[in-house]
Design a protein around this ligand. Sequence first.
Ligand SMILES: Cc1ncc(COP(=O)(O)O)c(C=O)c1O
Length: 358
Amino acid sequence: MNIRVQAAAPAQRKAHPPARELGFGHYFSDHMLLWNQDAERGWHDARIVPYGPLSLDPACMALHYAQQIFEGIKAYHGDDGGLRIFRLSKYVERMQRSALRMCMPPPEGEGLQQAIRELVLLDREWVPTDPGSALYIRPNMIAADPYLGVRPSQSYLLYVITSPVGAYYPEGFNPISIMVEDRYVRASQGGVGEAKTGGNYAATLLSQIDARRQGYTQVLWLDGRERRYVEEVGTMNIFFRLDDEVITSPLTGTVLPGVTRDSVLEVLRQWGECRVTERRLAIDEVTDAARSGRLREVFGTGTAAVVSPVSQFAYKGEVYRVGDGQTGPLSRRLFDHINDLQHGRLPDPLGWAPRIDT
Ligand SMILES: Cc1ncc(COP(=O)(O)O)c(C=O)c1O
């Protein structure tokens, strides 16, 4: 694919913030990718331009009917100085599936991967080098027709921006506490829960604020029908270790098929030390296990934090402790292993973290 590049002029280039101030999602690199699609021309006019505001018609359909999808991917600066993007093809495939669910034309996979690699290479100075930091890559696709009325748009804009992000755990690998939501639901069977579309996130804000007010970091969602089976947490999938069985909810349409979830399942199966199951898990089974001391570890998985250990959770007014309330050994080991793969410190037989700069 031919991608036109308009490099930012020196005056358009921004100062790089100090590593300790990066946080998550506050800063953006110098360039962005734009790519258009319509029925007549298909995907066309891929171009990299200086980062800046988009000009949108106020009637732009994405702004009214939320026909929109996005992704979240990371590029890493390896110990050998190389640049790596973790499992890029897997994220692109998920974006294609989200597109189909939201009645949008899936972006051409090879083309999108190439475009992302070129964007990251052009802004390679923006890939932070401090331990734990990365360049977060955010592809976003929106319905672009200026039209009022509910139907699929006939034109789309896909754009990609990138953001240097700091270590998710600047003060160490600290466990979080979560609140089990038994009032609101995030998704239900037949809905759009498995698509990465903005409305799924807007729907979680009320619960998130409530959880924060009560001193919890994240919300654990239960299934939409019975409010009984655990699904996922905030922007992470969730795993429970009951004795030596590690359980995560199956992908039945209501849970985002996390790339980190998939990586963790694969690594656990390679290690072969625990029984790994994707099955429905009732919250009552989790509370019983916590009471009887069988609940050894709970952790979330996601691109932002990789692995996020959980030390306690609240359900129907009761607080349950996980294991001894500290980060569990499996969470720690998984975090280190995936982090090492992402930075090129381990052999990579599955080709998850290829260098993009050679
Ligand atoms: C709702 C939700 N679940 C799970 C995840 C974890 O997915 P991944 O590991 O691909 O980042 C995310 C983050 O993308 C998410 O937004």
